[in-house]
Design a binder for this molecule. Sequence first.
Ligand SMILES: [Zn+2]
Length: 490
Amino acid sequence: MKIFISQFGHETNTFAADRTVEDRFHQYQWRFGQEILDASRGGNDYLSGMLAVADEMGAEIVPGFATFNVGGLITDEAYSTIKRNIVESLSNVVADIDGICLSLHGAAVSESIDDLELDLLKAIREITGPDMPIMATFDLHGNISADMVSLLTGVYNVKEYPHIDCAQAGKTAMSVLIRTIRGEISPCVAYRRIPMLVPCATASTFQEPAKGIKEYLKAYTEEHKLLGVSFFHGFPYADLPIAGASVIVNAEASQDQAEKAADELAAYIWDKRHAFDADYLSVSEAMDQALAIEGKPVVINETSDNPGGGTPADGTHLLREMLKRDIPGSCFGFIYDPEFVELAEKTGVGGRVSGLLGGKTDKIHGDPIEVKDAYVKLITDGTYFTANAVQGYGVKFSIGKTARIVIGNVDIIVGSMRFQTMDDRIFLLNGINIADYKIVALKSSQHFRAFFEKVSAGIVTADPPGIHTANFSQLNYRKLKHPIYPLDKS
Ligand SMILES: [Zn+2]
């Protein structure tokens, strides 16, 4: 048995001022054929899970193309290259394969196509015809359409946010695919849109209400002997008719069973919508709350500028407030500004650097900070080993060159790649032990929790203006389908 695999993942924030060009994909992942197998075997991602199960169940993998990133709209040029890479690698082998297992995200948008996964799946179906089994894994932030689902044999997403179970999603999809090809099962899929936008800031599955929903769906899946239930929170930072939550039921018994379960589960989730309502603390309120917490460190996460959701990562709202308060034992890890890193490097360690820091991508995330004579403490190459359950442990990773500068009582790490902080390794690399600090600020919505919940005295979420805010009324939606909760209250 031969199974073709490929990966195309992009979480597109359509409110972002800049575009995702091909180079941005290269920065994170751009792999062909054997390179995919070499990189993914034994790892923690979707493809790793698929490979592990294929090896276990005796299926041969035919690798195609894999790429992944997040950001603003994908340029038409970049998407057409990605599509060509997947389609050509599939065309070359289609006569020899028995099925396809794809790793998709579900929230990819290009300059001229709203639903890229649908576009890609149509192209794939043109090659395979309607009968070849095609399973796909998705991020739970996918904005899933009925048309997209109609082209798939099964839809399996991560259940956890932080996404610590990507490999498990890959394992489930591959195992159902292999059993389908063997003729042991014939899966049915049912889809329901749930007209609600779920704020990332309140949707951690480590906390209510998402925790309870996750547990209920798991119990329901087992009780009804379903192949799997995928609750999609959706990605609210996409101004599209298909943006929003959905639930997909994969059943074995019958289409009727899948449809009935989808109705019940969509109604169950819809009833919980009010529990996702967010607080939207200003930076000043967040600082007050953080300082009121005993012990250290207290983590403040700037959710509205979470680069994991396609934001600029150079927002200055929280950092500016920290500089104003000048609390002893404050650190910020990190703000994106490769120009400033270069400036600091030219100045040299031990020197004093002046220039504009951050706020260079758009007007929403705050003006640049006018840095004057900041002390350059350290320059690094930005490379470290990860220590979190989302990326995995001991994975070599780089955010590009970093500079650690000191302004008053605040240590600031400046990085050269947009990426959300998921563990303390970027701090350690820059000589900062967070246990010594009262305030540890970072840019992330939930993934940081997998590491920081265990090592912090408390966590406070700041939500200043930004394109990843939990306050949807601040975003200028034009194409979104109404009515939708919470914009149209009900
Ligand atoms: Zn996600």
